[in-house]
Write a protein that binds this ligand. Structure first.
Ligand code: ADP
Ligand code: MG
Length: 699
């Protein structure tokens, strides 16, 4: 069937063969359909003209109408010129300012003509100024027809080819005129009806060519919902399919191991949240379906204990269990913790990491195959290698953000049925994002810290106040505590960063000569690094100077100070993770964020949030809003890029939920995609899967 949406974009008037190439290269637009889905990022009301004496500095974009009184040119440096036009509507004067293109401006606009000027008023030198305003001859502008004006993102290359936002607007209008038949509907009336969503045809026309503010709202709602709905339908369909294909081991009872541990070995009462989560896990494991659960709990919330107790349930049912950590140090720490907790219980727990070699390794491997090793602690390498279990029933993955969907799949090859999987993370993911990113996982949350913890105090210091910082560190260490001092290290500036670390280390040595210090960074040999870490863990050294290698998971409850140098270079979730390394004992702990004096507004905001709250979820929400989901840690590794065209997971949380609920209803009613009334939905889903690479990554 001929589908006009597949037409080549060059046939829209205003495009043509040359611009077609640019649209393709810059925006991957090659058809009418692609073009239609290039949505404006905002709309501005252009139906109203303001008087200059009405302006106020907090106004967004506004229009004024009047005449240019005169031009004045100023030299800026040797070649650049700034040009100012004094513009009046008879009630006041504003400055129109251009920092480039002086010649073009003076040549193209003239004194005494009537213009409409559009821009954002700011106050400068006691007068309103419009920097780089849009300016048009008043006679060319038909105000009533302007209504809400859409704004499109344009790239440099587009602008060079004369494709500005205004050009896009015109091209869109031309396209809409070509579409004489209504666009086919992609949502059935039993969804659009109750939710009062406008038709797809209406939505496309109104988003590109709205008459009023309400048009744009209706259009956005409809298009965002549709986008989120199909994402959720895809995820839920996949998860449902998966559940039907893979039966889970049934862990029918809780027995000896769990009970003995609970009654005789538990060093402290579980928190309410830990109890609730263990119940959720137990229920899943007994359900006959394979568990895929994400356990979110802030740093220090006691996830390890939950993992251990869940593993004991597996043992009680005759299965083996394993826990994987992202680093060798962490794996060793887990081994130690678990062995201590289990005490004399008859559970054989072994370690499998890169350092376990030769005979020792063989013994562990043999024990896994014959079933005499009950619990295995290792790094992620465990699943990469040729490790075989007798009956692996349950796998725990600690600190998931380095563990994507592909790795999870590898686990399944370790036993007949896929083992139950618990993924643990201390990087809280806002609910709406989790729903999209880990839509196939169920989520448990530990939202309570063990009692008696004092909230960490976070303090911001400028890097010219280091003296007081040293005093503070010295005081804590004299009280028997330990301190972390972290320097940033990223690939792009590795050399400079390492130098900073070395210099910082020397400075500290001079400032605190009596202290015993360790130094750890990612460029060290693993054995060397581990040895230094071990010194700090055992208390032999008092200060650990490190790059972010310690970011994930190390547990030194005696440490009470976390200093983060160049804190402006870390993201919010990273800062929060680092801070979580302290505050694990009963003593007051401190986190010091050190930055230069000059900070961007956004950095300022990040630092303020850190100083204001210890709540990981609050921080995660703020992070999502500041950075957008594409940048969130874990999204890149998870293999699911975000390519939403109009919805915004950070801002459209409620819509995500609504879309999820609607999609769930469909899946519940028609898990096999057979019912006639849903044919439209299933077909559309198929079509989207074909066209959108990112979606196929999800399934
Ligand atoms: P995380 O969730 O960051 O992995 P851990 O499991 O390392 O946290 O636990 C942090 C600390 O809290 C550990 O020292 C652990 O022994 C302690 N802990 C865990 N659960 C409780 C509890 N219910 N009461 C008191 N302390 C607890
Ligand atoms: Mg942990």
């Amino acid at each position: 069937m001929f589908d006009i949406l597949n037409q080549d974009v060059q046939y829209v008037s205003g495009v043509g063969p040359k611009r077609k190439e640019i649209l393709k290269k810059e925006l991957q637009i090659s058809t009418y359909g692609d073009l239609l889905e290039y949505f404006p990022y905002k709309h501005v009301d252009r139906s109203r003209i303001y008087r200059i004496d009405e302006l106020s500095p907090d106004m967004p974009f506004v229009q004024i109408r009047g005449k240019i009184l005169s031009f004045e040119e100023f030299s800026v440096g040797t070649r650049k010129k700034r040009v100012v036009a004094y513009f009046s509507d008879g009630r006041g004067v504003v400055d129109l300012v251009w920092f480039s293109r002086a010649q073009y401006i003076t040549r193209n606009y003239s004194v005494e003509k009537d213009y409409i000027v559009f821009g954002r008023p700011t106050v400068y030198g006691g007068r309103y100024q419009f920097a780089h305003p849009e300016i048009e001859k008043a006679e060319d502008v038909e105000l009533s027809a302007m209504g809400m004006q859409p704004y499109y993102v344009t790239t440099e290359a587009m602008k060079k080819a004369g494709i500005t936002s205004r050009t896009m607007e015109k091209i869109m209008k031309n396209l809409l005129e070509k579409l004489t038949q209504p666009l086919p509907e992609t949502l059935p009336p039993f969804i659009t009806g109750p939710l009062h969503l406008i038709s797809r045809d209406d939505a496309f026309r109104k988003i590109h060519y709205p008459k009023c503010a309400e048009d744009t709202q209706q259009a956005r709602l409809r298009l965002k919902f549709e986008e989120l709905f199909y994402v959720q339908l895809n995820i839920l369909r996949y998860a449902n399919d998966h559940r039907r294909k893979y039966r889970g081991y049934v862990f029918s009872h809780v027995g000896e191991h769990f009970n003995t541990f609970y009654h005789e070995h538990l060093p402290f009462p579980l928190t309410g949240a830990q109890k609730r989560v263990i119940r959720e896990i137990r229920k899943d494991m007994g359900s006959g379906q394979q568990m895929n659960r994400l356990l979110q709990g802030d740093v220090g919330s006691g996830k390890t204990l939950v993992a251990l107790m869940s593993m004991l349930i597996a043992l009680d049912n005759g299965y083996q269990a394993c826990i994987m950590a992202p680093t060798e140090i962490l794996a060793e720490q887990h081994l130690q913790t678990i062995r201590e907790l289990l005490g004399d219980m008859p559970v054989r727990t072994e370690l499998l990491t890169g350092v376990v070699k030769g005979k020792r390794r063989e013994a562990v491997m043999q024990g896994l195959i014959d079933g005499s090793v009950h619990l295995l602690v290792g790094t992620h390498a465990v699943i990469e290698e040729n490790v075989q279990f007798k009956r692996l029933g349950f796998a725990v993955i600690d600190e998931q953000h380095r563990f994507g969907v592909a790795q999870r799949a590898k686990l399944w090859s370790k036993s007949n049925n896929p083992p139950h999987v618990l993924v643990m993370t201390a990087t809280p993911i806002p609910r709406t994002l989790a729903m999209t990113l880990y839509g196939d996982l169920d989520v448990s949350v530990i939202d309570e810290l063990p009692p008696g913890r004092k909230p960490i105090q976070t303090i911001h210091k400028f890097d010219n106040q280091l003296h007081s910082l040293y005093t503070g560190i010295r005081k804590q260490i004299q009280e028997g505590r330990q301190a972390y001092i972290v320097f940033p290290l990223i690939k792009e500036s590795e050399k400079i960063d390492l130098k900073n670390l070395e210099e910082g280390f020397e400075t500290l040595r001079e400032a605190l000569p009596e202290m015993r210090m360790s130094k750890v960074h990612g460029k060290m040999k693993p054995a060397e690094k581990d040895a230094e870490m071990a010194k700090f863990v055992s208390g032999e050294t008092q200060i650990l100077v490190a790059t972010t290698v310690i970011e994930v998971g190390v547990n030194v409850p005696n440490a009470s100070v976390m200093v983060i140098m160049e804190a402006q270079r870390f993201g919010l979730s990273q800062l929060h993770q680092l801070r979580g390394r302290v505050g694990r004992g009963a003593d007051q702990s401190y986190c010091i964020l050190v930055t230069p004096y000059k900070l961007s507004a956004e950095t300022r905001k990040r630092i303020d949030i850190m100083c204001e709250t210890n709540d990981g979820f609050e921080i995660a929400e703020a992070d999502l809003k500041l950075r957008g989901p594409g940048d969130l840690e874990g999204t890149a590794q998870s293999g699911m890029a975000f390519d939403l065209k109009i919805a915004d997971i950070a801002r459209d949380g409620q819509l995500v939920q609504l879309a999820r609920d609607e999609a769930q209803k469909i899946i519940d009613n028609d898990p096999n995609c057979e019912k006639n009334e849903y044919a439209l939905l299933w077909n559309r889903l198929q079509a989207l899967r074909k066209t959108n690479v990112n979606w196929s990554a999800i399934s």
